[in-house]
Design a protein around this ligand. Sequence first.
Ligand code: SF4
Ligand code: FES
Length: 246
Amino acid sequence: MNLTLHVWRQKNASSAGAFKTYSATNVSPDMSFLEMLDVVNAGLVKKGEEPIAFDHDCREGICGSCGMMINGRAHGPGRGAATCQLHMRSFKDGDTVVIEPWRAKPFPVIKDLIVDRSAFDRIMEAGGYVSAKTGGIPDGNAVPVSKPDADEAFDAAACIGCGACVAACPNSSAMLFVSAKVSHLALLPQGQVERKERVLRMVEQMDEEGFGNCSNNYACEAECPKEISVTHIARMNREYLRAKLT
Ligand code: SF4
Ligand code: FES
């Protein structure tokens, strides 16, 4: 396949960015999207041009490093997959593909398609941990947790912190991410010690970072590569209210 790419290029956080057009030629449908960009970059390096900067690490949908807007969709077309899990068979010969970084004020562009997601780290530092001594893995497994709670906690724990929910939301809300972390720990016995402080601190930090509010748009859930449910946002709101009142 041959494709035309319009890629956002931006030298650094302080310089203005712009779209640049590139040709991706002889693209195999079996290539991943990131492999296609690797090939484009190899061509740019050969010509003495600066390669397109993008975040990636595991390339297996696990680490949460990758992420870009592809034709206006966070992580591109399809559902339940991170950018690194997207394959070129999702495109057709002759397609034009527009590639941009996450667009959200709390995620400033560092370079090209790489944004600074340290706001998420600061939210986690504010409360996304447990102080309970849970021992080694066998001890942890010996703590009884009801099946429905374990399943819901596990679903929430699948969040990889990619930021697609923020990028997809018209308000740049981080509530899906924060609620996944709050839910995960609120549902487990190990998370009870800091349960109230956690939700209060994490929501406070989320607001301080400048993320917007949830207006039930549901774009976050639709674009989340781990299909985290918005029901976690409802749980976080309940947790927050309960913590505030007590
Ligand atoms: S909730 Fe989903 S979209 Fe948001 S950071 Fe977690 S995995 Fe990414
Ligand atoms: S590179 Fe790790 S999730 Fe995509």
